[in-house]
Design a protein around this ligand. Structure first.
Ligand SMILES: NC(=O)c1ccc[n+]([C@@H]2O[C@H](COP(=O)([O-])OP(=O)(O)OC[C@H]3O[C@@H](n4cnc5c(N)ncnc54)[C@H](OP(=O)(O)O)[C@@H]3O)[C@@H](O)[C@H]2O)c1
Length: 239
């Protein structure tokens, strides 16, 4: 399979790229923004992994990316990249923060997905996998309204894609992981991590490798699995 993943050189996606590239028959194309060195390291380890520079804050970089998608001709698109989190109470957050974040996270994701869908429709096959967050189901943490709202928007898009595209044998599913230790969460206080671990139904924090295994499952899953949001929160919304 030819797999395209956004933001594949670092964090969760680096585990996903490694997991998918280790499978025979896969070719993995992954984007990077700041992690050029890490991208090169992954390419050195996996000859079937290829990096592409794409910075969601730079319109010309997004245009370049879009022109490359037809030649990649992906079978699977994984929407993973996220350009950071604005942390503040909603009432203190300037409205421009929401507009900018939407422009730099959601719009590039929409444009890349639209380009991938053109090829999916031609070959009557495709899989879209969106990385969301358990916060769209669990209690959203204080100070993350911009981040959680964007994730809810993407989850809604995923359902619309699932509905509109299944007649072309194209599926759209989401994975909603709970807290993981990555660059995104690197500034989390050690004591907060201890509290989260204690409160966790499994008494352990989700790992990026566990999510990568779930992505691998979805890349090989039946097209009858469509419109799902696989929550990886150990059932913490029901336990
Ligand atoms: N960590 C968690 O607890 C958690 C939980 C649930 C869901 N998620 C989701 O999992 C996904 C991956 O997050 P992560 O935890 O791996 O965070 P991360 O370590 O901060 O990684 C973010 C990824 O997005 C890319 N990125 C950042 N700025 C970008 C830009 N301007 N243009 C293009 N790409 C950019 C990064 O690429 P470069 O490194 O190359 O810049 C990196 O690969 C995100 O969608 C996040 O919302 C994370």
């Amino acid at each position: 399979m030819k797999i395209l993943i956004t933001g594949g050189a670092s964090g969760l996606a680096a585990s996903i790229v490694r997991r998918l590239a280790a499978e025979n028959g896969n070719t993995v194309y992954f984007t990077f923004s700041r992690s050029a060195t890490a991208a090169k390291e992954i390419e050195a380890l996996y000859p079937n992994a290829h990096s592409i520079k794409c910075d969601f804050t730079d319109p010309s970089s997004i245009e370049d990316m879009l022109t490359q998608i037809p030649a990649i001709d992906p079978d699977v698109l994984i929407n993973n990249a996220n350009g950071g989190i604005h942390k503040d109470h909603f009432y203190k957050t300037d409205h421009t923060v929401f507009a900018k974040s939407f422009e730099q996270n959601i719009i590039p994701t929409i444009r890349i997905t639209q380009e991938a869908i053109k090829g999916f429709r031609k070959k009557k096959f495709g899989k879209i996998i969106n990385i969301i967050s358990s916060y769209v189901v669990n209690k959203p943490p204080t100070g993350l309204s911009e981040y959680v709202a964007n994730k809810a928007y993407l989850l809604s898009l995923s359902k619309s894609w699932a509905n509109e595209l299944i007649r072309f044998n194209i599926t759209s599913n989401s994975i909603s992981p709970s807290f993981m230790l990555t660059g995104l969460t690197a500034d989390t206080d050690e004591r907060v991590i201890e509290q989260m671990t204690e409160a966790h139904p499994l008494k352990k924090i989700l790992t990026t490798e566990e999510v990568a295994d779930t992505v691998l499952f979805l890349t090989g899953a039946s097209q009858h699995i469509n419109g799902m949001n696989l929550l990886m929160n150990a059932g913490s919304d029901v336990v």
